[in-house]
Design a protein around this ligand. Structure first.
Ligand code: CA
Length: 235
């Protein structure tokens, strides 16, 4: 049985809404569209979508308000779309519970990857069935072993510090999803940890040096400038 996932596209620009809808439809999703915030909110409750793609710049309401309204009663996955190059919008949307974001202009592969990942992460609470079943997460030549607290590259143990391992382990549990600096820092060093990104940056540089073939062109650990980090997801 193949149930098509329903995606609600909240976007006032017709050409972009059409682009998103065409791509998703031809990749097996059912799509519905809303052009304004008020229409969007009524459709969320009446059509029960599996995922929402939310443009932050709508004519009648700020997209952030819509996100807050959805989050007040639902954990429905939300991918925000922003034309604003302003990084704070993306960060505040993520901190308010958005699952991921797309910056205009974006391509087909990026759109499909964000949608697939956001839906997959709501399906399994541990966010990753391989971790739940075998205690490992593998992508390419990289394996995170959650039981042995090890990271293997090509089957060889990568010597990571405890902090470095915890960062990789956290990103692995949310593979494919962007995690904000703030989220990573609080998960690692507690809710009272300062928002200083410097320690995190140093750790990331060290991890890259150890796991990437070419740290300047990472294949596993990606930087989302001004927002956070994302670990590659196994296709
Ligand atoms: Ca817009």
């Amino acid at each position: 049985m193949n149930i098509r996932e329903k995606v609600l596209i909240i976007e006032d620009e017709k050409s972009i809404a059409h682009f998103i809808s065409t791509i998703l439809s031809s990749n097996g999703y059912e799509t519905i569209q809303a052009r304004s915030g008020s229409e969007a909110l009524s459709m969320v409750s009446s059509h029960c979508p599996d995922l929402v793609i939310l443009d932050l710049g709508l004519p009648d309401m700020d997209g952030i308000e819509i996100l807050q309204s959805i989050r007040s009663w639902s954990s429905l996955p939300v991918v925000v779309v922003s034309a604003r190059s302003h990084e704070l919008d993306k960060v505040s949307a993520l901190d308010l519970g958005a699952d991921d974001y797309l910056t205009k202009p974006f391509g087909t592969a990026e759109l499909l990857a964000r949608v697939r990942t956001a839906i997959r992460h709501t399906r399994t609470t541990s966010s990753n069935s391989e971790i739940a079943q075998r205690g490992t997460y593998t992508v390419g030549e990289l394996t995170i072993d959650y039981n042995k607290h090890q990271v293997l590259k090509n089957g060889k143990n990568v010597k990571l510090t405890l902090s470095e391992f915890r960062i990789v382990a956290l990103l692995g549990k949310h593979a494919g999803k962007v995690l904000t600096y703030d989220y990573i820092i609080k998960e690692l060093w507690g809710p009272r940890a300062s928002g200083n990104n410097q320690i995190l940056r140093v750790n990331m540089a060290n991890i890259r040096r150890k796991i990437e073939d070419n740290p300047a062109e990472p294949a596993y650990l990606f930087t989302e400038v001004g927002v956070g980090y994302r670990l590659a997801e196994d296709e």
